[in-house]
Design a protein around this ligand. Structure first.
Ligand SMILES: NC(=O)c1ccc[n+]([C@@H]2O[C@H](COP(=O)([O-])OP(=O)(O)OC[C@H]3O[C@@H](n4cnc5c(N)ncnc54)[C@H](OP(=O)(O)O)[C@@H]3O)[C@@H](O)[C@H]2O)c1
Length: 300
């Protein structure tokens, strides 16, 4: 059975709204005048939900000033409000990473508003699943324009703000860059492209003090993967069964906060000698033999 799943179709139900409420208690009580990213300016693309949202909150809880984008204004404003209410500093700016002028305006405004740019997390992404002959040209273009071209555009406009004093760029690729699925051509191609851009940028800017790495999340519980139509209780049950069937190693789906934790670690000076790499944070999935299927895909 062929299944076509877009990020949009996975966004139905309580998914995004549920995550909005999932700001961890520790982060909520954190003060912006303490923390290991105190005063750093962090830019994130795609932080209106999921991994980006969790990362924005985690950086803000560690004292960073966070500027982030996404197209869904209401969610963006809500994430911004939650971070500020918890004592953090955040600014949401509506921007579509497929549109060069919007990416440039977003990046420049974050740097202007907060006074520079130290760390960028280029994370916005979408997916489309269909075997190659059934994938539409529009789906291919949308996935690649968002995931690959969007990362190129982000780096293009971020780097000028980092050339004089260095910085850190982390880009979201995927475990799918390393392990293809029959119906994942557009997504895998786009996420491998991210790894290529990261390698080139790491070489181009190494001597300017800019580190560039890719993170490869495994299956993570965000609206990206949520099966439409399931109640929260059904989804929890589904996830419990999904992990052991699909994910070697830890045999469970990641929480977005776990991916955020890895992003913060990579951005920290402790990883100051790491650049040009792709780091899987996938519970062991790429080390194993199971084929990770999008949740909801029946195993034949
Ligand atoms: N969840 C997983 O299992 C998994 C695994 C590996 C990799 N990833 C990658 O992780 C990243 C984050 O995904 P997620 O799981 O957190 O899913 P998500 O909750 O759907 O988040 C995707 C984010 O990207 C933003 N986005 C999408 N298209 C955009 C565009 N054209 N312009 C600006 N922002 C855009 C979305 O914001 P708007 O819709 O508001 O624009 C949203 O904030 C993606 O790159 C995804 O490919 C996810």
């Amino acid at each position: 059975m062929k299944e076509r799943v877009t990020r949009r179709s996975l966004l139905g139900g309580a998914g995004a709204a549920g995550l909005i409420g999932a700001f961890p208690a520790a982060a909520q009580s954190a003060r912006a005048d303490e923390g290991s990213f105190q005063g750093k300016v962090v830019l994130i693309t795609g932080a209106t939900s999921g991994i980006g949202e969790a990362t924005a909150k985690a950086f803000a809880a560690q004292g960073a000033k966070v500027g982030f984008c996404g197209r869904r204004e209401q969610l963006g404003r809500e994430v911004e409000r939650q971070i500020r209410r918890a004592g953090g500093q955040a600014r949401y700016i509506k921007a579509d990473v497929r549109v060069p002028a919007q990416v440039k305006a977003f990046v420049d405004e974050v740097a202007r508003h907060f006074g520079g740019l130290d760390i960028a997390f280029n994370n916005a992404g979408v997916s489309a699943t269909a075997d190659p002959h059934e994938l539409t040209v529009e789906q291919w273009d949308d996935v690649n324009d968002t995931n690959a071209r969007g990362v190129f555009l982000s780096i293009k406009y971020e780097v000028p703000h980092m050339l004089s004093k260095g910085g850190v760029i982390i880009c979201t690729s995927s475990g799918a860059a390393e392990r293809a699925r029959p119906n994942g051509a557009a997504y895998t191609a786009s996420k491998r492209a991210v790894q290529g851009i990261v390698k080139a940028a790491a070489l181009a800017y190494g001597t300017r003090g800019i580190r560039v790495n890719a993170i490869l999340p495994g299956t993570t519980d965000t609206p990206f993967i949520r099966v439409p139509g399931l109640s929260d209780e059904e989804w929890e049950k589904f996830k419990k069964a999904y992990g052991p069937l699909n994910i070697d190693g830890l045999e469970r789906v990641a929480e977005p906060e776990e991916i955020a934790g890895a992003v913060l670690a990579l951005a920290s000076p402790e990883f100051g000698y790491m650049t040009g790499t792709s780091v899987p944070v996938d519970g062991g999935a790429t080390a194993g033999r199971k084929m990770v299927l999008p949740p909801g895909t029946p195993r034949s």
